[in-house]
Design a protein around this ligand. Sequence first.
Ligand code: SAM
Length: 681
Amino acid sequence: MARAAGNIEIGVSTPTVADLKKHLALATDQWQANFCVVPLAHPRYWRDHRRPRAEQFTRSDLVLDSNAWCRLVVGKLSPWIRLDSADEALRKQSEAAFKQEVAWAAHLNVPAVMLPPVGSDAVNYAHCVNQALLSAPHIQFWVRVPITHPPQSTAEAAGGDEDGSSGTGAWASWNRLRCLCEHAPNLGVSLELGADLPDDEAELERWLGEPSTLGLPGSPLGIFREPLRAVVTPAVAYLTNKRGYPTLSRRHQAALARLLQHKPRLLVSGRADAHSEGLGAHVQYLRYLVSQRLAPSQQERPQPRAAAGESLRYEAPYYDFLQAPLQPLQDNLESQTYETFEKAGGGRGRQGALRGGDPVKYERYERAVYLYLCQRHQPGGEPAVVMVVGAGRGPLVAATLRASAASGRRVRAFAVEKNPNAVVTLRGRCATEAGWDAVTVVPGDMREWEAPRAPVLADLLVSELLGSWGDNELSPECLDGAQAPPQAGHEARAQRYLKPGGASIPTDYTSYVAPLSSSRLWNEATPSQGTRDDLAHFETQYVVKVHRMGVAPAPLALAPTHDPRPSGAIDNSRVAQLSFDVPLGGELHGFIGYFHSTLWDDGSEAVHISTEPSTESVGMFSWFPLFIPLRTPVLVPEGGRVEAAFWRNASRHRVWYEWALTEPQPSPIHNPNGRSYHIGL
Ligand SMILES: C[S@@+](CC[C@H](N)C(=O)[O-])C[C@H]1O[C@@H](n2cnc3c(N)ncnc32)[C@H](O)[C@@H]1O
């Protein structure tokens, strides 16, 4: 048997299988398929309740060993089953057959069962499937969904409900089913790309909000929690090229390429005599497409030693993978985490890495400091006092020194850092690196450091205390206070040692938020099957590289630009109410948070860093967005509106966010009083 192409398994589905053992040998050895979809019951075993048949309804389980059943076979339900038929006798017969075939699949321990398409009002279908999901939790159930309409000519396409729907209706029917089945993690979709694809690209988008990834190790077909489990290309949807081999149209290839990003299983369905080489030519062709489409970009290449946390830099292994945000104020970051901050793409060595880093972030900081120095200081003049607050292992200090050399302006630098382990690195660099004799290392918390007053106050404060949502690593709490003396209830802040009229890089930062449809992320936040009442998981925010957003209108500013040099009373709590138009509609699973920051703007040139999609700093991999889940997904109608409120709250010892949906229906306020999640001060 062939290896899965680019970790994507390719299977074949034929309407009938006379001799299973021979069929598997043919499919896996000659056609090079990874698995087969096989009818669970004999196709001629029509369960006529008036004339019950005496013979067995299917082949013996002894035709294969248990290893082959659970590795190579996906069971398919009988196509005649009509669970919502108006004919009561047929409905009852269908229910009995459904139960019998599911029980048989559980007995065989096949990894998945293919269900017929679901109709728009298939309530009894949902009832039977729900029972199956609960009775056989170890089996995946894949509902066939034709993206347009079922293929006409294959015998197997006769399966499904009499009113099996298509297009928008298919998605609505699927969505209804999964809601009725309470989003069971073992219920998924097998999306069928028929000969005709939908005219409206948005139809495909809808399914791209239903991503899938490879399964967990243990079973070759894996244990999957995401709705899009397989993409089916019926043999009749293929064209024939000049050499007589099957090929897909450009539109099909483009659609497949987009779906492939989520690494679903691929399936060719059709008769075994669809081509002189059976379905082998189709499998080979799909294998070729996969190899063409899945070459990872430099940024996506996995970095095996990447540390856990907000700053995981290399993206592919982290797509749709939820992580707890870093808390660099409360915790001391580890060496490995700093290394991932600093690591450059393009394979720089360790020395280079310490000077380089995120190719965008550090370059932009350097540019910002350079513009500041050119604008505010003279060549050969007094050294500019630059305080890098939260210096880590020193990449922003190094950027400052480079900007100084490039601009011809001298600097006197202070590196303030509260993590004693990073201080060791900073001191080491002062002792060994050229130019670092201009650097004074200040170990300690910037909120408490008694900076020497005259003559050394800072001309410029440089900080990178930004989180995925801008202020969620507590940059305001660390920097606020400006020139004002400490106030009652607030400790001293870093900006006490900024000269009157001094500058700050960044000059501002703004949080953004947008509605998100991603059942994948929502499922990821679900603690585990059967324990969905675990509230805390849905009242927590997660850092995540979102692989694919489904319905997501343009983000809006969450709050007015936050200037880290406020005047007047320090109050970092705030509330924002937002409204979004949702043209396409879909299921809302939560929100996605971004930030935009201006590092410096000298009037002629502005330097930004941003994760907000419309201004995104392409190639900057220091931040992934923030997933803010809803406890219960909500259906937003086409042309509908989402309204939500967000609060940032601060007390003496902690900061926390609360959020609530108000339209299309109110949700409870999530995380009241920070009961599930907070950020420590
Ligand atoms: C996100 S890291 C950035 C490190 C480095 N500047 C860079 O860009 O790679 C933030 C750093 O700020 C430090 N930090 C956070 N809050 C601080 C505080 N109140 N006083 C001093 N250092 C602080 C953390 O220990 C951490 O090293």
